[in-house]
Design a protein around this ligand. Sequence first.
Ligand SMILES: [Zn+2]
Length: 369
Amino acid sequence: MNAQLPINQFKILHATGATLTRFGEVPNFNEGLYELGKGAYAWMVPNGSWGETNCGLIVGDGESVLIDTLWDLPYTRQMMSAIEPIVNTAPINTVVNTHSDGDHFWGNQLFPNRDIIATQACKDMMHHISPKSMTALGKVGAVASKVPVFGANKIGNWFSGMVKPYDYSNIIITPANKTFTQELTLNVGGREVVLMEMGPAHTSGDAMVYLPDSKLLYTGDLLFIDSTPPLWAGPVENWITAIDRMLEMDVDIFVPGHGALTDRQGVIRVKDYWEFIYEEVSRRNKLGMPPAEIAREILFGSDIERLGFLKWDSPERLFLSTHVLCKHLNGEGDKHQSTPEVFSILSKQGKLAHELPLCRPRCMHRLKH
Ligand SMILES: [Zn+2]
């Protein structure tokens, strides 16, 4: 089943003209700025892999709100120049960050002296990874990718492939300067814009942005379309609750954090994924299997392929999600995983990715030599 809305029904105001994605894949849709309704836009980046993040723009009378910035300054500037003709008469006074992953807010510094709004829980996490450490990860990964010992080449290839399209230099972490919990309604030049806290789920401080007058919902990373959602924080029950909430809302178009525009069908697909994973992981966890084995059994089993989830970008993300799920299932949901612990899990995940050479993006699943 295809979870994409027919993209041709939307007007593309500015196309970047990219013929391949940042990871060298054939794009599922054109990259650029789409008009989704009156004064409602999305900056869409195919195919929703690492850092291929979608942003939103809502324009009211004389002012605008931007939903999320991008993972580096050059890509954020590219989006800014595309929206410039729209916002020159309705300046962006407010930036909303849907959560604390760098690919949704590391471009914030290009919007000085604005209100930058996020949930309090999101703000608390905005310093958890530094841009310098991502640059280092790319460099170390590139060196390791040439060392065929203990899978170092695979781990290196995966990490360096992930960050290769990005330039993290000169980024100054610019966190939110206004926070909310639960819900906050903004008046953006006469339009009602509702910010809704739904986390902890994907991350600890997830929020989505609802534009009732256009029946439009910017979901942040609570939706990935044709791309595998990673569970960084959990519990997954909250994620499923967030999806149920989306399905109850009066919404025609969902703008996911990653992947194509979608309707309710795409939302239901993500719910199907999490219900399937929850069931598969819980059953094995009860038997005392360790998370790494659980993830392998699911990934190399026939069900995940039959259900079409292996076709989603980066299916190996299930490896980290399984660790987080088991932590919650075993009553250790409050236990904070340190950054080295997370990187250790991600290293194993990168190695595992190379056992899935047909999965996308191909450059992160296959060695070049
Ligand atoms: Zn993201």
